[in-house]
Design a protein around this ligand. Sequence first.
Ligand SMILES: Nc1nc2c(ncn2[C@@H]2O[C@H](COP(=O)(O)OP(=O)(O)OP(=O)(O)O)[C@@H](O)[C@H]2O)c(=O)[nH]1
Length: 349
Amino acid sequence: MRPHCSFITNPIPVILITGFLGSGKTTLLLRLLKKAIQQTLQPAVFMNEMGRIDVDGAILLEEFPSLKLKKWVDGCMCCSQRHKVERGILDLLEQKPDLLILELSGVADPAQIHKLLAMPSLKYRVELNHVLTVIDAEHFLDYNSSFASDRELIHTLHQQVRTATHLIVNKTDVTELSMLPQMYRALSRINPSAQISACVACDINLDSFLHSSAFPVCYPEQIHEPAVPYTDGQPNTNLRILTHPDPKVIVYPHASSLFSYLELMSITVKLSPHPLNPTRLEQTLIHMGSSLIRVKGYVKSSDGYLYLFQGSGERFVWRPTLLSTHPYLVFIGLELDREYIEHEIFHPV
Ligand SMILES: Nc1nc2c(ncn2[C@@H]2O[C@H](COP(=O)(O)OP(=O)(O)OP(=O)(O)O)[C@@H](O)[C@H]2O)c(=O)[nH]1
């Protein structure tokens, strides 16, 4: 029960955004921020992203230059790093936002952030009101077979569904609509109590999320089980460290999940400043097949302009940007072929 102290009477409402890689979390976050600002709310954002260089933070700051934002980029947010996440959230709370939005990396287990918000330093200062899980409708039903070899990844995907207060089934524009009833059934089996909405580009009515819910989120105990047991303060000995002779290539063998360990790999490649042929780049990526789950970054195209480039499955989006940054790409996948990436992306013929 919340103690009766005057300085903690108004906990900051928290919205947690989760969902697998490329499902549309940042798309939803951008919509929420626009809506919040229209309603004269002052939101703060904490985001966790895979990859050495942060792409989503750059997207947010391009649209909202004065946003109160803290990021945790790459590295496993394992137990030994937990205090840094806590510090980041406390720093944001010091800025007295009206609303705190947390966007987790696509492979994070949301139950772990819930646990973090329950720590004594945060417990009475925040109130988790909504957990919005974005589902990639195009790929969701295939995940069980695609990731069959990675038990922890499947567990994390289910945790993302299980912990949701609202399931946002996104990307229905590129989904066989006849698959939706089956998808709804699968989602309801994992989480019978969450509301479900289907949409394109996370375009749903967001009004109700911007106001405190009557019943703050409270998970039953079993949801708190971490994917992999951990010990506070101890480094995660499961992590393998890969090294690469070329300093331009930074390899992270593990996902930046919140406190869990997966077989995913993230490779960040700083590109040369020379333009890349868009068709050739897309073909190169398609050739990588299902091992490549997500790619994003900034690429100079053959017209000489810089683009925000995003790929999820075999779909690619090029968006012109005014941002001034060195071109780079972040690759996320299972058993990525570093030599192929290095040869094809660094030295395209
Ligand atoms: N076709 C289609 N594309 C979408 C939709 N929603 C988002 N996208 C695109 O999907 C890609 C991924 O969207 P994001 O919002 O960045 O997804 P995310 O979950 O934040 O991605 P990560 O943080 O990398 O895991 C982007 O290129 C979006 O423009 C949709 O409803 N339909």
